[in-house]
Design a protein around this ligand. Structure first.
Ligand code: MG
Length: 178
């Protein structure tokens, strides 16, 4: 009888630090109160160093992210432009970039999962991870609980405020408990 692969086998994380999947828009860059819809944004201009929204980014923020002790990975529609444009401003090294599916034209699929959720869980491969994003919802948290056997923190940021001290406090507390 052929052996079948057990389902939902947890990969031991070993001594590796947790992954931290990092969103950009609404997380590092707060959304303007009068934010245009996604369809109205000129992304070729938005993802350039001339974007005025970048003026709020500082090396202090980069240092705080590095100080979490996680393995940082971009998880953003910015793709490689996050390394080109944002990493130097934050003083971050060039980070790995999560290869996300093509943007589906809205932030959630018909099954109501966020468009990044499945990919990030797949990339984690059972390893502990944090995902910070302004678009995480209960559906994503529930799906991750059922499909990722390692520990995971899906932390939703207020997209109009971006990452705050209170967010870092949550991340730090979770990391200390793992
Ligand atoms: Mg976002």
């Amino acid at each position: 009888m052929a052996r079948t692969k057990p389902q939902n086998v947890c990969v031991r994380a070993g001594s590796k630090p947790p992954l931290l999947f990092l969103d950009v828009d609404g997380t590092l860059l707060p959304r303007p109160a009068a934010a245009p819809s996604v369809e109205e944004i000129d992304w070729s201009a938005w993802q350039q160093p001339t974007n005025p929204a970048l003026s709020g980014l500082t090396r202090v923020l980069g240092d705080r992210l590095l100080g979490l002790g996680c393995e940082l990975m971009w998880a953003t529609g910015w793709g490689d432009d996050a390394n080109r444009v944002i990493a130097p401003i934050l003083g971050l090294p060039q980070l790995p970039v999560a290869r996300l599916p093509e943007y589906p034209g809205g932030d959630y699929y018909d099954d109501e999962l966020h468009w990044k959720t499945r990919t990030l869980v797949s990339l984690a491969e059972g390893r502990r991870f944090i995902w910070i994003d302004d678009e995480i919802r209960q559906q994503d948290m529930a799906w991750v609980r059922g499909n990722h056997c390692g520990r995971a923190l899906l932390h939703r940021v207020d997209g109009f405020r971006g990452l705050l001290d209170t967010d870092f406090a949550v991340l730090t507390e979770w990391l200390l408990a793992t």
